[in-house]
Structure formats: structure tokens, C-alpha cells
Design a protein around this ligand. Structure first.
Ligand code: FAD
Ligand code: NDP
Length: 487
């Protein structure tokens, strides 16, 4: 960071000067200008600075409709991965406290959670292909020119504005981590990463939490695993309103929010009241205010995301885009960071290495974590045909669950392999404690083209949950009981 901050230039007051510098010399003031100081933008700027280039970063957070705002760092550190993982940990500690009693600890009752929040703060748009106009909160304008420009402005949560009261009364993940008070009884609408993770930790800290799901959980993930995730959440106390979609949010005299929804299974209209309604219905980029049309940067007309090539270049060669703002890329911090670093190396470090988006591992931090890398069983079957796929699977019981008498029904793993002689591993899926830690290690093997026989030669670490992966031997095809018994 130090290098970045040393080289980082503040834009305030430089406006007229920049224009004059460029007008007189015909040169741009900066080698690289990054719009967006989040995971991808900062990584790219920092890497470029390492090559001795003159780099500038422009970051600005528009307040959420509820007025929440934060500083530099982007989604991950302010309203994403980091606060989410800390809340997840807070919830896990609650479960650990319950377990502790089984291990002989006496804990004074009742154990309950107290809501605690820690607080942390020029919006850029194109004037011409090398010139960015920055605007401060106070409305002060600054103009900056650069040889290369990287757009790394990420996305923000969507609001279902067609639903009466949604914008007025609802919050999103942009607000959740900055609430001064506990959200209380909460309805979370949506059924993907953000929804399930947030609902998971809210349940874990003892709040009455309901997920409203209009279709399937975790679209795009292996659906057998996704069902186990929601099954576990239900047994953990999260309520689910399945195949329901909200139609109205109203504020009652009691200040509670009354939500009306349609239950598509029963064809009925139902309602309940909540202290908080949180929308987790996906994220969208704000590309309109960047003034991209003026400079000819092409976007996808449906998603608004920027279209890039394998080298992250947009339709304008010296303008690049990385991270969540780009079309067809994973919306994950490590991919944004890696793409940013590699781009800076290609621009300034005489490298030609492209970002490889294959076999990106990920974890859904639900109360029982789900980590995976590679193909889902469905996609493997679609791509290769079911006759050419072998799935090894196991239901296992984490050792730490035994003393605490925790139910391990959803602790499950499966490995999707090609059925030919080498049995290359196409996908690995793991539900259980520390799934992120487990999958991160195996991801290296899979990235290197690991095969099932090679995995069988890998010695486990005993006693761990991850060792069960090295022992997978029951195929789904065999129909045999896949429950692990004994060591
Ligand atoms: P961002 O980090 O969003 O940064 C973009 C920055 O640009 C922001 O500061 C924004 O305010 C600023 N900006 C926007 N427009 C302008 C403009 N015109 N001028 C100047 N500045 C501008 N990913 C994981 O890998 N693991 C996780 O566990 C995980 N958990 C998540 C949990 C939640 C609740 C959410 C919402 C996301 C989570 N993600 C997670 C996704 C991850 O946060 C994003 O993929 C990542 O932050 C994207 O980085 P980025 O650089 O593309 O954009
Ligand atoms: P997604 O786009 O993945 O999911 C949106 C969810 O909302 C879906 O379940 C969708 O249902 C539902 N939905 C959409 N519109 C409506 C509506 N009008 N009414 C009711 N439900 C609706 O968005 P997320 O915000 O969950 O995640 C965004 C990205 O952030 C993820 O793709 C992920 O890459 C990243 N992320 C990563 C995390 C991690 O690494 N652990 C954690 C959190 C986020 P349907 O399927 O029917 O369309």
C-alpha cells in the first residue's frame, strides 16, 4: 500500500493545470488512471506503481438510497467479503459456545449477541478518451488526463423498484453492515450468495430470519449442493418462503414493515411484518454516469456491463475494464485483484500473461460452508454426457460434530471426474466446516489437471474433514451407501 499511497496523486485543485499541461505538451499527466478504488482498481494501480509509472486512482461512493456511505477500498472491504466473513465468524462463535458446553465448559446463560459496528470514506466520468472529469461531494470539478485508463467501478445492489415501497423501506447489503442497531426480525429477498450468507449469519446471531426465494437457490451452482445448503439452513433456524415473490412493502403504525407476497405454489396472497426487509436480488453496474458512449466504450445493453476481450481491453484500445464491471466475469474479489495485477504487468511490465478465468474456486459462507471449484455435476453432464462422467461422493461426520452431537446430515462432498482412463477431475464440491480452507488447497491440484488416481495417492491429514476427499471411492452410479463409517 505504501508505494501506492506515495505515488497516488490527489486531484483536488489540479483541474485547470491538467488541461494546461496537456494542451502545452500534448502529453497526458498520468501513465495510468484507474476509476474505482476497490479490489481490482487498487490492485492494478499498486502493481503499475511498482513499475515506476505515474498512477492515479479516483474513488467515490454514492450514498445508498438509505444514505449509507463509506471510504476507499470498494465493496469487499467495506460492504462485502470482509464484514460478511466477520459476521459469519460472529455467528459461528455462537454455535461454538453451544458446542463448548458439550466439551465441558460451563457458560453462563443466556448467551446472546450484541450488535456492534465499526465505521470507516471524486466520482469520474469521461470527457474524452484520455480525459476524466472528477467531481467531489462538494461539487468541485477536476480534470485529469492519462495515457491508459482502467475502469474498475464494480457494481451496487439492485432494488426491485417495480415493487411499491421497495426503495423507500428496504435496505441492501450496502446498508446491513453499517446499521447502528440490530436489524431485528428480517426478511431477505433473493436466494443467491448475498442472500443466503446474510440470512445465515443473521440467524446465527439469534435473529428471526426469513429468506424469500422465487425460484432455485444458488443459481449456477451444483443444485444438489445448493439444496443441501438450504436444507441445513432450515434446520439451523432460517425460515424459507419458497416460490414466493414480494408485491408490496408498507410501513405500519408500529414502524414495522408489512410485506405482501404471492405464493406461486398455492396461488395465494400472503403477508407478514418485519423489522427489516433486505433486497439481495443481484448487483448492477452504474455505467451510465461514466459517459462511456462519448468515448465509444461498448457495454452489454441488457446488463450494462462493459464488454472486454481476453486482455481486459474495451472497444477503445487504451481503455480497460476489470472486476465486477466487466461482462461475463466472476464477481469475486480474487479474480478482480488478479486481473488488475496482470493487466498492470502487461501494460508496464513487459508481460503477456492473460488472466485465466477457468477453475476459479469459491465458497458460499453459509452457516455450513459450501466450497467448490470447477464444473457442477449438471454442467459436466451437459458438456460430456452422463455416460462419460463419474461422480464420487460421501456423506461424512466432522469429528468436532460428534461430542457436540451436531447433526451432520448435510456434510457431503462429491468429485466430478471424466470417466476415461485418466479420470481427470472436472469439479470438486464440499459442504462442511471451513469449506473455503479445504477447497483452496485442492484448487491447485485441479488447476494443474489432477486426476482421480493422483488424488487417491494423496495422503490425508488425520483427523480432518478434508482427508475424506482423499478417500472418496463410492460412485453415484453404484448406488451404494455413501456414508463414511469409521476412520
Ligand atoms: P468494487 O470493489 O465494488 O470497487 C469499485 C469502487 O469504484 C467502489 O469504491 C465504488 O464506489 C467506486 N466507483 C464506482 N463508480 C465510480 C466513479 N464513477 N468514479 C469513482 N469511483 C467510482 N467476493 C469474494 O471473493 N468473496 C466473498 O466472500 C465475497 N463476499 C461478498 C459479500 C457481499 C455482501 C458482496 C456484496 C460482495 C461479495 N463479494 C465477495 C464480491 C466482491 O466484493 C466483489 O467481487 C469485488 O469487490 C469486486 O471488486 P471491483 O474492484 O470490481 O469493484
Ligand atoms: P445474484 O445475481 O447471484 O442472485 C440474485 C438472486 O436474487 C437470485 O436468487 C435471483 O433469483 C433473485 N432475484 C432477482 N430478482 C429478483 C426479484 N425481483 N424478486 C425476487 N428475487 C429476485 O446476486 P447476489 O447479489 O447474491 O450476488 C452477486 C455476486 O456477488 C455473486 O455472483 C458473487 O459472485 C458475489 N458474491 C460472492 C460471495 C462469495 O464469494 N462468498 C458472497 C456474496 C456475493 P433467480 O435465480 O430466480 O433469478
Amino acid at each position: 500500500m505504501a508505494a501506492l499511497w506515495r505515488r497516488r496523486e490527489r486531484f483536488l485543485g489540479a483541474s485547470g493545470l491538467c488541461r494546461t499541461v496537456r494542451a502545452l505538451s500534448g502529453k497526458n499527466e498520468y501513465d495510468l488512471l484507474v476509476i474505482g478504488g476497490g479490489s481490482g482498481g487498487l490492485a492494478c494501480a499498486k502493481e503499475a506503481a511498482q513499475f515506476g509509472r505515474k498512477v492515479a486512482v479516483l474513488d467515490y461512493v454514492d450514498p445508498s438510497p438509505q444514505g449509507t456511505t463509506w471510504g476507499v477500498g470498494g465493496t469487499c472491504v467495506n460492504v462485502g467479503c470482509i464484514p460478511k466473513k466477520l459476521m459469519h465468524q460472529a455467528a459461528l462463535l455462537g454455535s461454538a459456545l453451544k458446542d463448548a458446553q458439550h466439551y465441558g465448559w460451563s457458560i453462563s446463560q443466556p448467551v446472546h449477541h450484541t450488535w456492534k459496528v465499526k465505521y470507516f470514506n471524486m466520482k469520474g466520468s469521461f470527457s474524452d478518451p484520455h480525459t476524466i472529469r472528477g467531481l467531489t461531494k462538494a461539487g468541485k470539478e477536476t480534470v485529469v488526463t492519462a495515457e491508459n485508463i482502467v475502469i474498475a467501478t464494480g457494481g451496487r445492489p439492485k432494488y426491485p423498484t417495480h415493487i411499491a415501497g421497495a426503495l423507500e423501506y428496504g435496505i441492501t447489503s450496502d446498508d446491513l453492515f453499517w446499521l447502528k442497531e440490530s436489524p431485528g426480525k428480517t426478511l431477505v429477498v433473493g436466494a443467491s450468495y448475498v442472500s443466503l450468507e446474510c440470512a445465515g449469519f443473521l440467524t446465527g446471531i439469534g435473529l428471526d430470519t426469513t429468506v424469500m426465494m422465487r425460484s432455485i437457490p444458488l443459481r449456477g451452482f451444483d443444485q444438489q449442493m445448493a439444496s443441501l445448503v438450504t436444507e441445513h439452513m432450515e434446520s439451523y433456524g432460517t425460515k424459507f418462503l419458497k416460490r414466493c415473490f414480494p408485491t408490496k412493502v408498507e410501513k405500519l403504525e408500529s414502524n414495522r414493515l408489512q410485506v405482501t407476497w404471492k405464493n406461486t405454489d398455492l396461488g395465494t396472497e400472503e403477508r407478514d411484518s418485519f423489522d427489516t426487509v433486505m433486497w439481495a436480488v443481484g448487483r448492477a453496474p452504474d455505467t451510465k454516469t461514466l459517459n462511456l458512449e462519448t468515448v465509444g466504450v461498448k457495454t452489454n445493453s441488457e446488463t450494462g456491463k462493459i464488454i472486454v476481450d481476453a486482455g481486459e481491453a474495451t472497444s477503445v484500445p487504451h481503455i480497460y475494464a476489470i472486476g465486477d464491471i466487466t461482462e461475463g466475469r466472476p464477481e469475486l474479489t480474487p479474480t478482480a485483484i488478479a486481473a488488475g495485477k496482470l493487466l498492470a504487468r502487461r501494460l508496464f511490465g513487459q508481460s503477456s500473461e492473460l488472466m485465466d478465468y477457468d477453475n476459479v474456486p469459491t465458497t458460499v459462507f453459509t452457516p455450513l460452508e459450501y466450497g467448490c471449484v470447477g464444473l457442477s455435476e449438471e454442467v459436466a453432464v451437459q458438456s460430456y454426457g452422463s455416460d462419460n462422467i463419474e461422480v464420487y461422493h460421501a456423506y461424512y461426520k466432522p469429528l468436532e460434530f460428534t461430542v457436540a452431537e451436531r447433526d451432520a446430515t448435510q456434510c457431503y462432498m462429491k468429485m466430478v471426474c471424466l470417466r476415461e482412463r485418466e479420470q481427470r477431475i472436472l469439479g470438486l464440491h464440499f459442504i462442511g466446516p471451513n469449506a473455503g480452507e479445504v477447497i483452496q488447497g485442492f484448487a491447485l491440484g485441479i488447476k494443474c489437471g489432477a486426476t482421480y488416481p493422483q488424488l487417491m495417492k494423496t495422503i490425508g491429514i488425520h483427523p480432518t474433514c478434508a482427508e475424506e476427499i482423499t478417500k472418496l471411492h463410492i460412485t453415484k452410479r453404484s448406488g451404494l451407501d455413501a456414508t463414511v463409517t469409521g476412520c
